[in-house]
Design a protein around this ligand. Structure first.
Ligand code: ADP
Ligand code: MG
Length: 379
């Protein structure tokens, strides 16, 4: 059955490996179209399980449990990036997982990810692979300071990375290298960060969402502004980069590409994620088709939906410490033009993504004023 192209029709069961907010929003989109959802996730009753039909609680490396999910689902996808790619490779024979393991294997290793992107003829941030102090010293010499040292595996939301601004930071760098191979990147003085979200279906259709402008705070995505405030030519080029990368990689499903835009208009790829992405949450309320629905259409072999932007939007993440703002917001007039999404996470923690709000409207400048009012008023 492996990698056979077939249409998975409504009424069928979609299996999702990973039960967080991305799985939840995939499940909501799929259930709207009449699919059933099975989720595999280590923790009981998580965000996805709360809307799923079948829940399997098991570790991501539990092959028997994964095999069970493959057997009871008509198609399987993943929402969690850190499931060992090798395990996915092994379970493919028990069912239909059209994305395969390759997207995970590549995106789980920053060095392999960058080399693969470069092999596709596209630009990444200049980098060096670092295994020891000698590598680090020669990397700094070559790339200059400041530079960013990142672990190759397991980093997210800025975890597993440090900025090296002077030789005094080398000591800190060494403790990161002790955890495993790292990459040293040139620190990029970008004018803005954007993301390109591309979907490709099992029948070969490809679509790209409107380019999103991303603002990070403490390395965690804070806001996504759409349309991105960059010129049309740069947007067009970003879209082309997305299509080219997806086609050259030969992936299906969703690929989110995080990029840095330089002052001369050049675009460097920072990292990729083979799944719907936080910076694409705006599509739920602002586009004709959401990134989650598109992902379901893509893996099920349906015709892809239009990605037309219906309204300008700013998405703001709600972290644990922001939850106290919600009671005020829902009574405020700002809420007239805002959509609230909460992920039903039972444990509230600082910097944990609990939900997001999408502010909508015709005039981006006015939306930004509303967002600032929300952010300042409820502080
Ligand atoms: P994560 O996997 O944690 O999302 P990223 O590589 O995307 O890791 O880094 C998080 C954020 O840190 C980026 O969105 C960007 O704002 C900043 N950053 C990362 N690498 C660089 C760099 N080389 N130059 C400048 N800023 C960077
Ligand atoms: Mg990132």
């Amino acid at each position: 059955m492996k990698c056979m192209t077939k249409a998975i029709l409504p009424g069928s069961t979609i299996g999702i490996i990973g039960g967080g907010q991305l799985g939840r929003m995939m499940a909501i989109a799929a259930k709207t179209m009449g699919y059933k959802i099975a989720v595999l996730e280590p923790v009981n009753d998580g965000p996805c399980a709360k809307v799923a039909d079948i829940e399997i609680n098991a570790a991501y490396h539990d092959k028997e449990a994964l095999k069970k999910l493959m057997e009871l689902s008509d198609v399987v996808t993943y929402e969690f990036e850190n499931i060992p790619g090798k395990i996915i490779e092994e379970i493919c024979e028990y069912g239909y997982l059209p994305q395969g393991a390759m997207p995970l294997i590549i995106s789980q290793d920053r060095a392999l990810e960058k080399k693969t992107i470069q092999n596709c003829g596209l630009k990444t941030v200049p980098f060096k692979i670092i295994n020891d102090l000698t590598d680090l010293k020669s990397g700094i010499k070559e790339l200059g300071l400041p530079a960013v040292l990142k672990t190759c595996h397991g980093g997210y939301d800025g975890k597993g990375q440090i900025i090296i601004t002077s030789d005094a930071d080398i000591e800190k760098g060494l403790s990161l290298i002790e955890t495993g191979t790292c990459v040293l990147e040139k620190y990029i003085d970008f004018i803005c960060e954007i993301s390109v979200i591309v979907a490709k279906s099992t029948i070969g259709e490809i679509s790209v969402f409107p380019i999103a402008e991303n603002i990070h705070q403490h390395n965690i995505l804070h806001q996504t502004i759409v349309p991105a405030r960059i010129d049309e030519k740069t947007k067009e080029r970003a879209g082309k980069i997305g299509m080219e990368l997806m086609n050259n990689l030969g992936f299906v499903g969703t690929l989110a590409i995080e990029c840095f835009v330089l002052s001369d208009g050049d675009i460097l790829i920072n990292e990729i994620a083979p799944r719907p992405h936080n910076s694409g949450h705006y599509t739920i309320d602002a586009c004709m088709t959401s990134q989650f629905e598109q992902h379901i259409r893509a893996i099920c072999g349906l015709k892809l939906g239009s990605t037309t932007l219906l309204t300008s939007s700013v998405m703001v993440n709600i972290l644990g410490q922001d939850m106290r703002k919600i009671p005020n917001l829902i009574h405020d007039k700002l809420f007239k033009q805002a959509k609230l999404h909460l992920y039903e996470k039972s444990i509230v923690k600082e910097n944990r993504k609990m939900g997001h709000i999408t502010f909508l409207g015709d005039d981006l400048a006015e939306i930004i004023l509303s967002v600032n009012k929300y952010l300042n008023e409820s502080r």
